[in-house]
Design a protein around this ligand. Structure first.
Ligand code: HEM
Length: 494
C-alpha cells in the first residue's frame, strides 16, 4: 500500500490485491457505517494499493476534520479523474491538492461566494427560481399532470452558476440541448470522480482494460467543447463591450489578475460543476418528501403556516430575496442537507502532517474519507436520526454548532455553502407558497425517500435521485401570476 499499515488503528481484514474493495462493493457508506459498530468510528481499510482512514461518527469527524483541519488540508489524486478526465481543463478546486495555486483559486472562489457577494447575486436567483416555477406550473396543467421536478431544478442551479461565472444563461426550456449536454456530461464526470466507482484507481493492473479510460476520455472531449464555447463567448462579449458583470469577466479584465489560463479554466470548471448535482439533489429530494409521504403533508402545512406568520401580506416571494426571516424554513434547509447528505462519502482529503489518534500516529500523506452519511445519521449525536425532523434545528442541543456534514467540514469545507443555502431557502419559500404538493396519481411514480436507496447510481459521488413524479397544485393562480410578473419585471435586464 501507498502508506504502510498504521499501528494502533483498527484495520478491517481484507483479501490480497483488492484489500477491502470487494466487501465495500457499491455501498461504501452503508458498509463502513456497519463496520464502525464493530471496529469503532475510525479505522483503516485497504482499497487495492491505497490505505484509507475512514471516519464514521459525528464526533470523530469533528476531531479530525475540524480540530486537525490544518493537517487535513490537501486532496489526494486518482488515476481516472486526474490523469484522464482532467488532462485538458485542469482540476476543479475541490479535486486539487493543496499548493499555492489551489490556495489562490480557493481564495478567489471564497471571495466571489462570500455572504455580501451572494446577496448581490439574488436577482439571478430571483430570475432562475421564477423561470423554473413558472415552467413547472405550466407543465403541470393546473395540477392534472404529475411532474418529475428534477430537470426544472437542474436548470435553476446550472443557470445560476453560469450567470455568476460567465454572465451567460441558457434561455431555452428544460429540453434545451446545451442544458442536457452539460447535465449529462457533468453527471458522467462526477462518476469518474467517485471514490467508489473506479477500481482501476486502486488496482493499477485493471488499467490494461481500456473501457473505463475510453469512456472517461469521451466525457473529457465533450466537456472541453462546452467549456471552450462558454469561455470564448465571454471573451468575445468582452471584446465587443456586451459582457455582463461576472466572476470570470472580472478576472479576465483585471490587469493585476494573477491567474494563468489553466487556473482560469479550473475556476470556471469549479463554478459550472460544483452546484450542478448538489443543489438539485437536495431540492428535489425535499420536494419528493413533501409530496411523497404523509409526513410531508404535515411539514408543508407547518412550513406554510410559519411563512404566513412572518409574511401575512403575501410578500414572502419577494422578501425571501433580501432576508432570511422564517426560522422554520432555515431549519428545514439544514434538515434537508443532513437527511440527504448528497455527497455521502465526502470529497477525499490527504493529510500533510502526522495526526495522533489515540495510540496511533497516522502519517502525513494518508488519504482520509469522511462517511458524512454515517456521521449525519449518528444516533449518539442526533435524536432519531432516521426521521426527518426540521424542528431539531430550532430548539434542541443539535441546533448549536456544526449542524451537519452535508457541506463537509474544516479547511476545505464547501466554498459555495452561502450561495447554496440562499438558493435552497428561496426555492423552498417560493415552491411552498406557490403550490401544495401531492403524491402522484400512479403509485409506481412515488419517490423513494431513503437517503441511500433514492440514489440511481449507488457508486456516484453525488446522489442522483431516481426519477419519480409528484403533483403540484397551485394555491392561488392570481397571486402566483402576480408574483411571477413582478419578478419578471425586476429581472428583465438580466
Ligand atoms: C447544496 C449544495 C452543495 C453541497 C451539498 C455541497 C457540498 C460540498 C462538499 C461536501 C464539499 C467537500 C467539502 C470537504 O471536503 O469538507 C464541497 C466542496 C466545494 N464546494 Fe460545494 N456543495 C454545494 C454547492 C456548491 C456551490 C453552489 C458551489 C459554488 C458555485 C460550491 C463550491 C464548492 C467548492 C469550490 C468546493 C471545494 C472546496 C475546496 O476543496 O477547498 N458548492 N461542496
Amino acid at each position: 500500500t501507498d502508506v504502510p499499515k498504521i499501528k494502533g488503528l483498527p484495520e478491517i481484514p481484507g483479501v490480497p490485491i483488492f484489500g477491502n474493495l470487494i466487501q465495500l462493493g457499491d455501498r461504501h457508506a452503508k458498509v463502513t457505517g456497519e463496520w464502525a459498530k464493530k471496529y469503532g468510528p475510525v479505522f483503516q481499510v485497504r482499497m487495492g494499493n491505497k490505505r484509507i482512514v475512514f471516519a464514521n461518527s459525528f464526533e470523530s469527524v469533528r476531531q479530525l476534520w475540524l480540530k486537525e483541519q490544518s493537517a487535513l488540508i490537501s486532496r489526494p489524486t486518482f488515476h481516472t479523474f486526474h490523469s484522464v478526465v482532467s488532462s485538458s481543463q485542469g482540476f476543479t478546486i475541490g479535486t486539487s491538492p493543496w499548493d499555492e495555486s489551489c490556495k489562490q483559486r480557493r481564495k478567489a472562489a471564497a471571495t466571489a461566494l462570500n455572504r455580501p457577494a451572494v446577496q448581490s447575486y439574488m436577482p439571478i436567483i430571483d430570475l432562475e427560481s421564477t423561470t423554473s416555477i413558472c415552467e413547472l406550473w405550466s407543465d403541470s396543467e393546473g395540477g392534472k399532470t404529475d411532474i418529475n421536478p428534477i430537470p426544472y431544478f437542474q436548470r435553476f442551479a446550472l443557470n445560476t452558476s453560469l450567470t455568476l461565472n460567465y454572465g451567460i444563461r441558457i434561455d431555452g426550456n428544460v429540453q434545451d440541448s446545451l442544458l442536457q449536454e452539460i447535465v449529462a456530461v457533468e453527471r458522467g464526470v462526477s462518476n469518474f470522480r467517485s471514490t467508489s466507482n473506479n477500481w482501476q484507481d486502486y488496482v493499477p493492473l485493471l488499467r490494461i482494460f481500456p473501457k473505463m479510460s475510453n469512456e472517461a476520455e469521451d466525457f473529457r472531449v465533450r466537456r472541453d467543447k462546452y467549456l471552450t464555447y462558454l469561455l470564448n463567448l465571454l471573451k468575445k462579449q468582452i471584446a465587443d463591450g456586451t459582457d455582463k458583470p461576472c466572476i470570470t469577466g472580472n478576472i479576465l479584465k483585471d490587469p493585476e489578475a494573477k491567474f494563468n489560463d489553466a487556473e482560469i479554466k479550473s475556476l470556471c470548471l469549479t463554478m459550472v460543476s460544483a452546484g450542478l448535482d448538489t443543489v438539485p439533489g437536495n431540492l428535489v429530494m425535499a420536494l419528493a418528501y413533501l409530496g411523497g409521504c404523509d409526513d410531508g403533508q404535515r411539514i408543508q402545512n407547518k412550513a406554510y403556516e410559519e411563512i404566513m406568520k412572518v409574511y401575512p401580506h403575501n410578500d414572502a416571494w419577494s422578501k425571501c430575496l433580501v432576508e432570511e426571516k422564517v426560522p422554520y424554513i432555515t431549519a428545514f434547509v439544514k434538515e434537508v442537507l443532513r437527511y440527504w447528505t448528497v455527497i455521502p462519502i465526502c470529497l477525499p482529503r490527504k493529510s500533510i502532517r502526522d495526526i495522533k489518534w489515540g495510540p496511533a500516529v497516522i502519517p502525513a500523506g494518508t488519504t482520509f474519507f469522511m462517511n458524512a452519511w454515517a456521521a449525519d445519521y449518528d444516533a449518539e449525536y442526533f435524536h432519531e436520526p432516521e426521521k426527518f425532523i426540521p424542528e431539531r434545528y430550532l430548539d434542541s442541543p443539535e441546533s448549536t454548532g456544526t449542524p451537519h456534514y452535508g457541506y463537509g467540514a474544516g479547511s476545505r469545507m464547501c466554498a459555495g455553502s452561502h450561495l447554496a443555502n440562499r438558493e435552497l431557502y428561496t426555492a423552498f419559500i417560493r415552491s411552498i407558497t406557490a403550490f401544495t404538493i401531492h403524491p402522484p396519481q400512479d403509485s409506481t411514480d412515488l419517490p423513494i425517500l431513503d437517503a441511500l436507496e433514492c440514489n440511481l447510481i449507488p457508486t456516484a459521488l453525488t446522489t442522483e435521485p431516481k426519477p419519480f413524479k409528484i403533483r403540484f397544485k397551485v394555491r392561488d393562480p392570481v397571486l402566483l401570476q402576480q408574483w411571477i410578473a413582478e419578478s419578471q419585471e425586476r429581472t428583465k435586464g438580466l
